[in-house]
Design a protein around this ligand. Structure first.
Ligand SMILES: O=C(O)CCC(=O)C(=O)O
Length: 282
């Protein structure tokens, strides 16, 4: 692959800031196709959607049930940049979709965080790039992704609880915008009282030669059997990787492995609620 000057500049910007915003990464027709695919997926697989909070509805294991969103994983506009950031070893880690519903409850349950590993002392083990596609327009009044630049690198010692207002960048943009951020960068979903429903796709890429950062999204046969010279050669190499980074991407080992990802997440949710209630009781 030969990279243009612009692609190289974008990769450099990402490496420096841990953040890159690319408007128009999906065309209006692609945005419409992705939204139609999500509409169908919601109608066909309602149990796959998990309500994680008043605003947050997510589904994490779509790929075995639909091929209609594969084009977003393989988007050349993103892959050209990712090949420079992660090298030819770039590999799919996780694929999920999110709907942020209008709400007056503006407490975001995850708050400011780094992805994959929550333990501050292990933050240098976080090695993945998140590409978030906005599938609806996001203006000042809408729920937005907010990222603290350079907290993957120069500001890596910053703890989420030490953040000062103004250090973050709120990402606004029309549907079709791609937001690349290093999973080590501190970020959150910033909730707004008058937001419209917001739809996003969240695609994580890592390195094929490292342990997988998440096992929540299965990579089906149609993807790992693909031989397309235009794609990075190991894009779907992690379909059968069993070494998983110890962190949020690892499924609990004490639940029935035949459960769907959504069922497992519900179990994890119930356990977290029970733990919080027990802690409250003292
Ligand atoms: O976009 C959002 O609302 C939150 C995203 C987020 O926290 C994440 O991608 O880890």
């Amino acid at each position: 692959m030969s990279s243009t000057h612009e692609t190289k500049q974008r990769a450099e910007e990402f490496n420096r800031r841990g953040l890159l915003v690319l408007p128009g990464a999906l065309s209006p027709a692609q945005v419409a196709a992705a939204n139609a695919a999500l509409d169908r997926y919601r109608a066909d697989f309602p149990a796959e959607w998990i309500e994680l909070s008043d605003s947050l509805c997510q589904t994490v294991d779509l790929l075995p049930r639909t091929a209609a969103l594969d084009f977003t994983i393989e988007n050349p506009a993103a892959l050209d940049i990712l090949r420079l950031i992660l090298g030819e070893d770039v590999a799919l880690e996780e694929f999920s979709a999110m709907i942020r519903q209008p709400t007056k409850n503006l407490d975001e349950f995850k708050g400011w965080h780094r992805d994959i590993i929550r333990d501050y002392s292990r933050r240098m083990e976080i090695n993945a790039v998140s590409v978030v596609y906005y599938l609806t327009d996001v203006s000042e009044r809408d729920h937005c992704l907010s990222v603290v630049p350079e907290t993957h690198g120069r500001l890596v010692d910053l703890r989420p609880e030490e953040l000062k207002p103004g250090q973050e960048v709120d990402i606004l943009g029309p549907a079709g915008t791609a937001v690349f951020f290093h999973a080590r960068c501190i970020h959150t979903g910033k909730l707004k009282p008058d937001s419209r429903p917001r739809r996003t796709l969240h695609i994580y890429y890592g390195s094929a030669s490292l342990p997988r950062t998440s096992e929540w999204s299965q990579i089906p046969e149609r993807l790992h059997a693909k031989r397309d010279p235009a794609l990075p050669p190991r894009l779907y190499a992690k379909w059968n990787v069993t070494r998983i980074v110890e962190g949020t991407g690892k499924k609990p080992r004490d639940v029935d492995p035949s459960m769907s990802a959504a069922e497992m997440i519900r179990v994890v949710q119930q356990r977290a609620k029970a733990k919080a209630a027990a802690a409250k009781r003292g």
